[in-house]
Design a protein around this ligand. Sequence first.
Ligand SMILES: NC(=O)c1ccc[n+]([C@@H]2O[C@H](COP(=O)([O-])OP(=O)(O)OC[C@H]3O[C@@H](n4cnc5c(N)ncnc54)[C@H](OP(=O)(O)O)[C@@H]3O)[C@@H](O)[C@H]2O)c1
Length: 310
Amino acid sequence: MNSNRALVLTEYGGAHALKLAAVAAPVPGPGQVVVRVHAAGLNALDWKLREGYVRQAFPLQLPAVLGIELAGVVAAAGADVTRLRVGDRVMGPLGGLGAYAELVAVKEANLALVPPSMSMTAAASLPLAAVAAWSSLHLAGPVHGGQRILIHGAAGGLGGFAVQYARQAGAVIYATARSSHMDYVRSLGADHVIAYDRQRFEDEVRDIDLVLDYAGGDVVARSWAVLAGHGAIVSAATPDIVASTPAGRRGLWFQNTPDTARLQAVADDVVHGRLQSKVAAVVRFDDLPAAIERQRTGSTPGKTVATLVG
Ligand SMILES: NC(=O)c1ccc[n+]([C@@H]2O[C@H](COP(=O)([O-])OP(=O)(O)OC[C@H]3O[C@@H](n4cnc5c(N)ncnc54)[C@H](OP(=O)(O)O)[C@@H]3O)[C@@H](O)[C@H]2O)c1
């Protein structure tokens, strides 16, 4: 239990800035367990942190271990741990950084149980994206049948789950995605898919009740024109949305926080076939630096997961 390989950011920069290195094995503090990590989900935040693009919002003490979500087995429990036992299969967001390591200390409160029929790889794809999609979809108010929702970045990690939850609520879903991913987004339940590399969404949609921004760039600025007067834009990808919201309009910044009850409900939805999680790629721990770089430059619909065991 003493050796602990981790993916460490040594300085801000390109792929070379991430190194596999030995770090101290964690000791569980009060209310924490140590998880032996089997799989960890990759996120757009990884390369944004690596490059230093989000250092204002996420100031790092370098060297720092990256990774924000994991699935694994409880290897040790600290004081005041009441719900989990050594040997339990668990998944969750860290609510901070450090998931790309063999052993990680995590708050018990952040962890949900992995259902027996679910693989660790599938479990690691859920904690961030599925919960953030559900929470951001509902941030502006209850979602109801017939509501017209425009989802930007619908082929991505968050977008894929948001399309499915909006479908379940009976919304009319407009979604933007790269042309090569249109069929995938339709298969998740979008009614109208707009290829952002071929069409301008402003020419295709209007009177939208709710816009979800999982893409960033200029999509928020362009979306006010298609939003109904009473409508709202919720962004997970454009941090200045509140400051740039025009007078009299409603623009909300979404900030994800761990929600273990919601994560357990997500896992239940997946096990019972009500929700699909597309694990687009599974990479080995040694290949993480290259895989994180591909997240920046490439275009893979769904989630990428790194395996540390098996
Ligand atoms: N605020 C929070 O708490 C929070 C939490 C989680 C995630 N996030 C952020 O939310 C965003 C989405 O995360 P994610 O994990 O879903 O990322 P992701 O998997 O990389 O998905 C982003 C998607 O946006 C698409 N896209 C890029 N430009 C677009 C455009 N102009 N129009 C429409 N779609 C476009 C991409 O398609 P192509 O790859 O085909 O170009 C990709 O499918 C990221 O910015 C992430 O940092 C924020």
